[in-house]
Structure formats: structure tokens, C-alpha cells
Design a protein around this ligand. Structure first.
Ligand code: HEC
Length: 298
């Protein structure tokens, strides 16, 4: 009995409270949703060596340089797409670059790609132009085929009158771009001796390995990709893969080993030509012979 009485008293004390409270909530929530939709707007940070700037999606979508961009054959979505996009040169106009600089492009899912700065911001007019496509969170893009979620909030897309730009440079879910030295300067141990003739495939192999594999793999501790294992230590894959199985693995990893959480992408011939695959194998072979593996981990 006492308990019930007390509850009644409590209920009376708060009579009329729900209405007032609701009114407060309504005022607060309309203010909050305005503030939140701004605060929630995805951001992209571009860092040079001396300065950095952060852009918000809603600001970029309202920027006078934004345009509608038709991509006839988007390699990520495997078909034609139309984007709201700003030219990369516009976003990078205040960033000072050295000739052989790279941009480290970090994605929201921690994927990390190196793109030569000269591709994103060419010194002179070229046939290839990079754009930043911006997703409007009110009208999200469709999911990337075979993945959960879209390529947003920011997606680096390319227009090229000549050879199409490799799939690895179409970086999606971009969160940040940071100027860095070229991978060859940062990780000199990836190099090959200058004495080797320029025609030797190991040169090409190193370049292709850096461009295609280091987004996810380190090499003897060098690099920034941590999605997959280090490909030099503790053991080179060439120690335990027959050459034919290694080639098959790169073309279709699940043809060699298969499990539900598998993430290593399949490289078809458009992504990695036979000649480039040979070059990567030549470089890995050269490195395995010339470089003692590190004793301890990275
Ligand atoms: C998008 C990330 C990604 C890229 C790019 C990538 N890999 Fe991998 N790789 C992985 C992951 C993750 C694994 C670990 C196995 C798995 O989860 O599929 C792996 C595993 C491997 C293995 C070990 C296989 C084994 O079973 O021991 C080799 C060798 C390999 N990758 C080579 C390469 C080469 C060469 C390239 C470039 C042509 C490359 N990878 C590009 C993510 C990647």
C-alpha cells in the first residue's frame, strides 16, 4: 500500500511535465538536427608539408567549382556513373609540391594508397585529370558491388583521354591526403642497385609492387599497409609458393586457399598484366636473394 501511494505522489509531482518536456525536446531537436547535420558532414583533410586544410562535404557540394561529371566506365562500380565533383587541382592549389612527391591517401577503412602527386596535380595540362567526387549524404550513392556501403563520402575519380588510369588510383571512402616523399625515398631498402640496366624487369617490378601491393602489405617492415601480412618477413612467399601457384594466387586467391574472411583482392589482367606480374616476381626473387630477412618483427 505504501509503495503504491508513493508512486502516486511521484506521478502527481510530474503532472504536466511530459508536455513541457516534449516542447523542450522539440525545440532542442530541431536545433540539434541542424547543428548535427553540419557537424556530421563528412570531412577531408589535405596536408602539405607546412599547412593543412579541412573541407566539409556540404561546403564542397556548394563550391562554385563543383560540376557534374560523367564517368563512362567507373572501374569500382563497373559501369557508367555520374558524380558531383571538384577538380583535384582546385583542392590542391595551395599545396606546394616537389617533383617526385606522392600523396598518401588514407581511406575511412584504413586502406592507404600512394598516388604520385604529379598525377593529382599536373604541372602542365595533360590528358588525365583527377577529380574528387562528393557524396551528398541526403542522396547516398549505391553500395560498391560486392561490398557493404558506398564509395562515399569522397571518391577519387579520373578522366582520361588516353590510357585509362589504373584501378588502384580510384581510391574510395577517402578521409585524408598527405604529401609525402616518394616511396623510393622513404623506403630505400625497396630499391635495386643503380648498376642494374633500366631494362631489367626488377625496376618495373618494384614500381608495380609499390603501386599495387603496398596499400595492404609491408615489405620487411617498410610501408604503411597493414591489411595483409608483410611479404618479406618472416618468410618471402616465394619460399613456400610454387611459381605457378603464386601466379594463380594473384589472379584469384581463393583458387589457392579459401576461407570466409579472405580479403586479398583478385588481380585480373586489366589490373595486373602478365608482364607486370612477371616483373613483380622478378623483383621479389631479386630481393629474396639479396636481402637477409630482419631478425625481429617490424
Ligand atoms: C586490398 C588489400 C590487398 C592488396 C592490394 C594486396 N593484398 Fe595480398 N593479401 C591481402 C590480405 C588481407 C592477405 C591475407 C589473406 C587474406 O585475408 O586474404 C593477403 C595475402 C597475400 C599473400 C599471402 C598468401 C598466403 O596465403 O601466404 C601474398 C603472397 C600476397 N597477399 C601478395 C600480394 C601481392 C603480390 C599484391 C600486389 C600485386 C597484393 N598481395 C595486394 C590484402 C591485399
Amino acid at each position: 500500500m505504501r509503495r503504491v501511494g508513493r508512486e502516486n505522489a511521484v506521478a502527481r509531482r510530474y503532472e504536466g511535465w511530459p508536455v513541457k518536456f516534449l516542447a523542450v525536446i522539440l525545440v532542442f531537436s530541431s536545433w540539434a538536427s541542424a547543428a548535427f547535420s553540419q557537424g556530421q558532414s563528412a570531412s577531408l583533410t589535405i596536408s602539405g608539408r607546412h599547412s593543412s586544410i579541412t573541407y566539409f562535404a556540404h561546403e564542397l557540394l556548394a563550391d562554385p567549382s563543383v560540376r557534374e561529371l560523367s564517368i563512362p566506365d567507373d572501374p569500382v562500380h563497373r559501369g557508367p556513373r555520374v558524380y558531383r565533383a571538384v577538380p583535384m587541382t582546385h583542392l590542391l592549389k595551395d599545396i606546394t609540391l616537389e617533383l617526385d612527391d606522392y600523396f598518401q591517401v588514407r581511406a575511412t577503412d584504413n586502406f592507404s594508397a600512394s598516388i604520385p602527386a604529379a598525377l593529382l596535380k599536373p604541372a602542365t595540362g595533360t590528358d588525365t585529370e583527377a577529380f574528387l567526387a562528393i557524396e551528398n549524404s541526403a542522396v547516398p550513392w549505391p553500395a560498391i558491388p560486392g561490398k557493404q556501403g558506398s564509395a562515399g563520402p569522397f571518391f577519387i575519380v579520373w578522366q582520361s583521354a588516353m590510357a585509362p588510369v589504373g584501378r588502384t588510383y580510384w581510391v574510395y571512402r577517402v578521409a585524408a591526403l598527405t604529401v609525402t616523399d616518394s616511396p623510393h625515398k622513404r623506403w630505400p631498402n625497396l630499391g635495386v642497385p643503380d648498376a642494374l640496366p633500366a631494362s631489367d624487369p626488377v625496376w618495373r617490378g618494384r614500381e608495380r609492387f609499390v603501386a599495387l601491393c603496398m596499400a595492404c602489405h609491408r615489405f620487411n617492415g617498410d610501408g604503411e599497409g597493414d591489411a595483409g601480412p608483410d611479404l618479406a618477413t618472416p618468410m618471402s612467399p616465394l619460399e613456400y609458393f610454387q611459381p605457378a601457384a603464386f601466379r594463380q594466387f594473384l589472379r584469384n586467391p581463393s583458387a589457392v586457399r579459401s576461407w570466409p574472411g579472405q580479403k586479398m583482392p583478385a588481380f585480373d589482367e586489366a589490373a595486373l598484366s602478365n608482364a607486370d606480374m612477371d616483373a613483380i616476381i622478378a623483383w621479389l626473387t631479386y630481393k629474396r636473394q639479396s636481402m637477409p630477412p630482419r631478425k625481429e618483427g617490424p
